[in-house]
Design a protein around this ligand. Structure first.
Ligand SMILES: [Zn+2]
Ligand SMILES: [Zn+2]
Length: 427
């Protein structure tokens, strides 16, 4: 299959003269001298906070890799920074509570109407700032146990292998990623599963992905994240409220001037919270990778890292297909399931035919510019190195062909729905 699709190109390296054999569908580069290994400009990331998060995850990624490799104290731990972050987060929520209490007090006091108005304003503000309990997404396909018994059984086995309780719901979206979170007052567990990522993984790599995600519960990352995470949301609301008014006149200029300092302070607090939690978060990612290797084998976990390295290429591929769909073709005459099958087929064929030299280029380019899955994960090439440096693990959970098929059937409707969204140009 590879040879039918690959288009071989041979040329001498303009830098060192070594003969380069490549696939013309991909970047031509030289393995001898790294010529053209990273032709794309690094993508600038929007937002100060996001840039700070990424930079910290990179720095801590390198520091912690050395620590992880030395082998001592590889357990999740709450250090002084984590305690400080929790204290800061609780203070933020304490201020919200004070607003609510103040609001009630004003309402009760009354003061001939003034208190009523002030009280209502304070209560409205407290309501906006109050921490929110997570909810099940209502715009995505959400699978409960009864909808996908085999998928949940697999999740259960993985959960047991990493030593935690399984998930209560699985939401399927169009991202090339996966994540875990909680919902409801009782802290039920939700796995967010990106269909494009799931599709391009082998059954072993899917188990590694589930292992990594469920490990975040096992290590208590989501519990710690909840207190700090809700405080970050509260601070972001403050940051938004204190936004300077556009085209200010007269009094508004004074209001804007009064906003400057508090807004700077809020911005500083946000960066501080990220700083305090980044190191523990990065450690958690390495530990989750380690548990993923124990669940699905080191080989499968490393395979997962390789797939994560090409997420940008997959993203581009999906956009291209969406553009093609938008540009025409008799879309209504063909069944949605056919168009979905075609999209997923294109994506998996593309992934299966990516040659090893392109993976190697992505690894080297990733090492240069620091490829990260998202703002909180350490650089992918470091995660890969960490897995390879550890003791090779064998799989605790192995895929079974009949189950893989049943899971595909359970996911069929979600698969079509996500493809429909992707072809419309949304995630
Ligand atoms: Zn060269
Ligand atoms: Zn993770």
């Amino acid at each position: 299959m590879t040879s039918a699709i690959a288009q071989e190109a041979v040329q001498p390296c303009p830098e060192c003269g070594t003969e380069i054999r490549g696939d013309s569908r991909f970047t031509v580069w030289c393995a001898a001298c790294d010529w053209n290994v990273d032709p794309g400009e690094p993508q600038p990331h929007p937002g100060r906070l996001e840039r700070a998060e990424r930079a910290l995850a990179r720095r801590h990624g390198e520091q912690l890799l050395a620590e992880m490799l030395s082998g001592h104290d590889a357990r999740p731990r709450r250090d002084a920074s984590a305690v400080a972050a929790t204290a800061l987060a609780l203070t933020v929520h304490g201020i919200t509570l004070a607003f609510a209490a103040g609001g009630v007090w004003c309402l009760v006091a009354g003061w001939g109407g003034v208190g009523i108005v002030a009280g209502l304003v304070l209560l409205a503000l407290a309501w906006m700032l109050a921490p929110r309990v997570g909810r099940l997404p209502d715009d995505l396909t959400v699978l409960l146990r009864g909808d996908a018994p085999e998928l949940f059984t697999l999740a259960d086995e993985v959960a047991e292998a990493v030593g935690t309780r399984s998930v209560d719901a699985i939401a399927v979206d169009g991202s090339i990623n996966a994540a875990v979170t909680t919902y409801g007052l009782r802290g039920r567990r939700l796995l967010m599963l990106g269909m494009p990522l799931w599709e391009v993984l082998t059954p072993e790599e899917r188990i590694a992905l589930l292992g990594h995600e469920l490990a975040h519960y096992a290590n208590g990352d989501t519990r710690n994240g909840l207190v700090v995470g809700t405080a970050i949301r509260t601070l972001s609301v403050w940051h938004h409220i204190l936004q300077p008014l556009p085209h200010p006149t007269g009094l508004e200029i004074i209001v804007n001037a009064l906003y400057v300092l508090p807004r700077l302070l809020i911005g500083g607090l946000l960066v501080l919270l990220v700083r305090l939690t980044s190191r523990a978060g990065t450690r958690a990612e390495y530990l989750a990778d380690r548990l993923a290797a124990r669940t699905a084998s080191t080989q499968a976990a490393v395979g997962l890292m390789d797939r994560l390295l090409i997420t940008d290429s997959l993203d581009l591929r999906l956009r291209t297909e969406a553009n093609r769909a938008a540009l025409g073709g008799p879309r209504s005459t063909r069944k949605a399931t056919d168009r979905a099958d075609e999209l997923w087929g294109t994506l998996t064929t593309y992934t299966a035919t990516i040659p090893e030299h392109e993976y190697e280029r992505q690894r080297r380019a990733g090492a240069r510019r620091g490829h990260q899955v998202d703002t909180t994960h350490p650089p992918t090439h470091l995660r890969r190195a960490c897995l390879l440096a550890g003791r090779p693990e064998t799989a605790a959970v192995v895929p079974q062909a009949h189950r893989t098929e049943l899971i595909a059937t359970e996911l069929a409707a979600a698969r079509t729905e996500v493809a429909r969204r992707l072809l419309r140009g949304g995630l």
